[in-house]
Design a protein around this ligand. Structure first.
Ligand code: GAP
Length: 583
């Protein structure tokens, strides 16, 4: 069985994740995390929170998942958040046209960057068939399909809304308030872990392409002219880079560079993106990804999202395919400018000058005793337009008269009646639109990668064992307490010890079904790093056996010392190397 097939089977059998709503035939693109999976996902999120919120001193918020249509008009998602769809005229099945092309044409790795007509041409040229019924798709059209799930807010259809396709928008729209919480000072970061929804045309590969998923996103608001990342913190960190140049070169491969080298040689353009590529290595290593199956890949021309200036993806290799798990984008001022343009709020922040500046400003003071009788009800609007025009283009006032447009009508006013003049003013700063740097993590894809990368088999006592080598802080259960027998008071003693360990703050499972070997295997398979066995010796001398998942080594430990021994093990000691206070 393939690595991904084996994992899907294990995930279902052991309660990590499984297709949702199977009692009703299942719903493609939706997965439920079972008890083990929900705990693992929460632990991954906690590591992310520790590194990207707590350690970086950022804020975290929790916004609604449904947002009004106006938000997505501004963000560009209504117009541009599309994938290419092809519908089989024979059986009616729908497919992602670009994926069909990528699967059928070995030379094409990124058909998404091509237009619909080009993709339709390739479908015809390569005789691509419908994966569902085998009919030729050559005559079927390729169209854009918007991925957002629409709904109505409240009864009726007067207030359309959408389930957010990225958590980021919930942060951007609150910028005017968030900047106050940041005391109007750049740079500051705002994070959010939450659900996002995309009506994917062809959900596939288990948690990789689903219709509802969790993102962990950080939006870092910066002043592009003045703020620099603390690059010295990461300049010596090695990062595996697969640049656009290397992707276009037949001989090109992934190359390891330090963050400093990557910037000096312009492989990574943006210092901020490089900073986050470096910082994120700590996250991927800490959650146990196999770093030999990990790379940062630069977006090719044409692949970048509508908002992005410099873009890299973190990718993991799963079952022979490279999968994007995180997008790193320099979003420039795109999002805040758009929300500023479409809403009534200023999405800007005040940048204080080091020294106040004296500037010349063109001003007007219209003579309303002239404008009123002359233009009637339009006089006020004309005065406002004159003021705006003076700010934009003072040369318009060079002649004897000046013209402004109000409600599609042009009005001409003698310059002497506008009160036009140029004044010197002292200014202490200016309003700027911050730029945004965004690392955007797909939590489901990361959980899936961790499961695949840590899953292994070996031989223990002549038997094949399947295990998850999860880092202890990610394991759904830290300690499994197992009585040798369910008689002679061993089970009661084991329950007591399990309760005590829970009180001490450990994630504990109690397991008394099946023979002891099977129970160890069960715990190994869900990644439990330690088992504690209660046996007849326990009744005599108050000691238990601690068994380590990775080495399968065992040592006897006094019950009194058990919590501190486990704590030491969690801090990195091993049963064989630690001077743990065992018996
Ligand atoms: N705010 C930027 C943004 O949403 P993205 O590259 O579209 O960027 C970020 O998504 C991450 O979300 C991806 O790297 C991926 O891990 C995850 N993701 C995107 N679409 C997904 C899907 N349909 N199923 C599962 N995860 C997905």
């Amino acid at each position: 069985m393939s690595e991904t097939g084996e994992l899907a089977e294990l995930a279902k059998r052991r309660g990590f994740f499984f297709p949702s709503n199977e009692a009703y035939g299942g719903t493609a693109g939706f997965y439920t995390y079972g008890p083990e999976g929900a705990a693992l996902k929460r632990n991954v999120e906690d590591v992310w929170r520790d590194l990207f919120v707590r350690k970086l001193g950022n804020m975290e918020l929790e916004a609604p998942t449904i947002m009004p249509e106006a938000v997505f008009e501004a963000s560009g998602h209504l117009d541009g958040f599309d994938d290419m769809i092809i519908e089989c005229s024979e059986c009616g099945a729908t497919h992602r046209a670009d994926h069909l092309v990528e699967d059928a044409v070995p030379d094409i790795e990124d058909a998404e960057a091509l237009g619909t007509e080009q993709v339709a041409g390739l479908v015809a040229e390569h005789g691509i068939e419908c994966p569902s019924c085998g009919a030729a798709l050559a005559d079927d059209t390729v169209e854009e399909f918007n991925l957002m799930f629409g709904t109505n807010i409240g009864p009726g259809s007067g207030s359309p809304g959408y389930l957010r396709p990225e958590t980021a928008q919930g942060i951007f729209v609150e910028f005017p308030r968030l900047k106050e919480y940041a005391r109007n000072t750049l740079p500051f970061g705002v994070a959010q872990i939450g659900r996002a929804y995309r009506n994917e045309i062809s959900p596939r590969r288990a948690l990789v392409r689903v219709r509802e998923f969790t993102q962990a996103e950080l939006e870092h608001f910066i002043d592009p002219e003045h703020d620099e990342p603390p690059i010295e913190r990461v300049e010596d960190v090695e990062i595996p880079l697969y640049s656009a140049k290397d992707q276009n070169d037949d001989e090109g491969t992934v190359e390891n560079h330090t963050v400093g080298e990557a910037l000096d040689t312009d492989i990574v353009e943006s210092e901020w993106v490089a900073y986050y590529l470096g910082r994120s290595m700590e996250f991927y290593e800490r959650i146990g990804l196999d770093m030999d199956r990990f790379r940062y890949r630069q977006h090719l021309a044409g692949e970048r999202a509508h908002y992005a200036a410099d873009c890299w993806d973190a990718e993991t290799e799963l079952g022979g395919n490279w999968i994007e798990v995180t997008g790193f984008a320099y979003r420039s001022d795109y999002d805040l400018s758009k929300h500023g343009e479409y809403s009534d709020e200023p999405f800007t922040i005040f940048r204080q000058y080091d020294e106040p500046k004296t500037v010349e400003r063109a001003v007007v003071d219209p003579d309303m005793s002239y404008l009123g009788p002359e233009f009637g009800s339009q006089a006020g609007a004309i005065a406002e337009e004159l003021e705006s025009l003076a700010g934009r283009d003072r040369s318009a006032f060079d002649g004897d008269s000046v013209s402004v447009a109000v409600d599609g009508e042009t009005y001409t006013v003698p310059v002497e009646k506008t009160g036009f003049g140029v004044e010197e003013q002292t200014e202490s700063g200016e309003h700027i639109t911050p730029h945004v740097v965004e690392p955007s993590f797909g939590v489901g894809r990361i959980v899936y990668s961790v499961l695949i990368h840590t899953h292994g088999t070996d031989t223990v006592d002549g038997e094949t064992r399947s295990f998850l080598g999860l880092p202890a802080e990610l394991a759904p259960t830290t300690v499994a307490v197992v009585p040798l027998m369910t008689k002679d008071g061993l089970d009661d003693r084991a329950r007591e010890i399990a309760d005590r360990l829970r009180e001490e703050g450990f994630e504990v499972a109690y397991d008394d079904t099946g023979n002891i070997g099977r129970r160890y295997r069960r715990q190994d398979e869900v990644g439990t790093p330690y088992c504690v066995t209660i046996d007849y010796e326990t009744q005599e001398d108050d000691t238990v056996t601690v068994r380590e998942r990775d080495s399968t080594e065992q040592r006897r430990v006094e019950i009194e010392k058990l919590p501190s021994v486990i704590r030491e093990l969690l801090e990195g000691a091993t049963l064989s190397t630690s001077g743990s206070p065992t018996t």
